[in-house]
Design a protein. Structure first.
Ligand code: GAL
Length: 381
């Protein structure tokens, strides 16, 4: 259905063009001047952070496919998680005359110069999934409800420990349980939303002594994982096991905000003799992104949960927003309060997310066509 909508909107833009006499393309020509241009004359620059995580590859491919289906040319770049590379890629997109930019930043505070150049050339900028901070020149933000993602991560930890039931009612377990907390990269605005949502949810249990963060590391600065790296999370989990759990005590739950980190954490736990499965004493480990390797681990009772953010919907939303700007209109926002980037509140479109447990892999991920049964069984995309 969505594909049809996008294709149809592309046709409307094209029809609008037929009614006008042609106007020149080039930097920002589609935005705000009330004139329509042929989508085929417009180029959208799409900057994605890295290809080491499958979600960003899927995001990049889906945004590109949606834009091309709507008739635009696309310049898609991945930056290998290197900030100067991403800055350079965006500079080049602007120099080559991009008409709009869709940017998923590596460091949300590092693109102000590029955004100023975009604004000077009248090029609208859409922040994709991650907010770009400290700049007036972010026109729109498409993302998920990131605070809610954090709430869902903490909720699934509570469900795994038996403190809550999946329907939200109180569970039978009483604790106390030892847990440890991981956060994402501090230069990614999302990491703060995830951690805040999670901590607000866990707070009453920590205050009551039902959950014990035995290492005492409860600040986001202590829990953070630069660049969201799996190896970094594995190393920190190893260090926590040595520093805090060599007295014979066990860790029973780990809040992890991303599947890549979860796999590093699980490796550290396995190497220290936990598991292999939850039934054998593997702690409850959460996640995010429904990466296929982690969905297999959930199916095999090793990882407990993940959060499914349907990147196909995010890509569609980015394309719809791009089409609005390029037709000289404002995209539709559903949130104009949550995302203050330090300079202004960026109008946003937030999408919903779901908690994945073993028993809803089928309905959420397979029935929706996100992964096939074979992929879940093999753990390979
Ligand atoms: C965040 C994103 C998460 C996860 C993480 C690591 O910005 O919202 O879904 O992908 O980066 O890549």
């Amino acid at each position: 259905m969505r594909r049809i909508t996008i294709a149809a909107m592309g046709a409307v833009v094209a029809l609008g063009l037929a009614a006008c006499s042609g106007s020149g393309a080039g930097g920002g020509s589609g935005a705000g001047d009330g004139e329509s241009v042929d989508p085929a004359d417009l180029t959208v620059g799409v900057a994605m952070p890295t290809q080491t995580s499958e979600r960003w590859i899927a995001d990049g491919d889906a945004v590109k496919a949606g834009l091309e289906e709507a008739g635009y040319k696309v310049d898609l770049q991945f930056a290998g998680d290197d900030i100067p590379t991403q800055q350079q890629q965006i500079d080049q997109m602007i120099t080559k005359g991009a008409d709009l930019l869709i940017l998923a930043s590596i460091d949300g505070t590092a693109l102000a110069t590029q955004l100023q150049a975009a604004a000077d050339a009248n090029i609208p900028v859409i922040a994709y999934d991650r907010l770009i901070r400290d700049s007036e020149n972010v026109d729109f933000y498409v993302t998920f409800d990131n605070y809610k993602v954090g709430v869902q991560q903490a909720t699934s930890l509570l469900v795994g420990l038996g403190l809550l039931n999946a329907d939200g009612s109180a569970g039978d377990a009483t604790g106390p349980f030892n847990i440890e907390l991981f956060a994402g990269s501090l230069d990614d605005n999302n990491a703060h939303f995830f951690f805040q949502g999670a901590m607000d949810t866990l707070k009453e249990y920590i205050d009551a002594g039902t959950l014990v963060v035995k290492s005492g590391q409860t600040d986001i600065e202590q829990a953070a994982t630069l660049r969201w790296l799996q190896e970094t999370a594995q190393k920190r989990m190893e260090d926590l096991l040595t520093s805090t759990y060599s007295d014979g005590s066990k860790v029973q739950g780990v809040l992890s905000p991303y599947d890549g980190l979860s796999r590093g954490i699980l490796t550290a736990l396995q190497n220290a003799g936990y598991g292999p499965a939850i039934a054998d004493g593997m702690p409850i480990v959460t996640g995010q992104d429904a990466e296929i390797a982690s969905v297999k681990l959930i199916n095999d009772d090793v990882q407990f949960s993940t959060i499914f953010k349907d990147t196909r919907k995010l890509a569609d939303q980015a394309v719809l927003s791009a089409q609005s700007f390029l037709a000289g209109e404002e995209p539709e926002a559903n949130d104009t309060e949550s995302y203050d980037n330090g300079v202004k509140v960026v109008p946003s479109f937030l999408l919903d997310s779901d908690i994945v447990y073993k028993d809803n892999i089928q309905s959420l991920l397979i029935d929706s066509g996100y992964w096939t049964e074979d992929q879940v069984a093999s753990g390979q995309a």
